[in-house]
Write a new protein. Sequence first.
Length: 91
Amino acid sequence: MNPVPLALDLTIWMLALASVLSVYRVLRGPSLPDRVVALDLIATVVVGIVIVYSIQTDTAVILDVAIVFALIAFLGTVAFASYIERKEQQR
């Protein structure tokens, strides 16, 4: 019996749990930086899920989608951080 499919399925479930917990943190707060970090974690988890799915289906083309999504998520995080920094400088 090959343990790799079981490990990949377990990984998907753990990433899904991390995503649910991150959504909870986005909704509950308590502050804007906490929500930004949680949104970044959700994006990272989505990239992880896409990568694991690519491994499961043996489809390398999907990895390009994961790379593009990771870059867009990084730019979004940088934009949020810039917004938070400007907001605190105005105080």
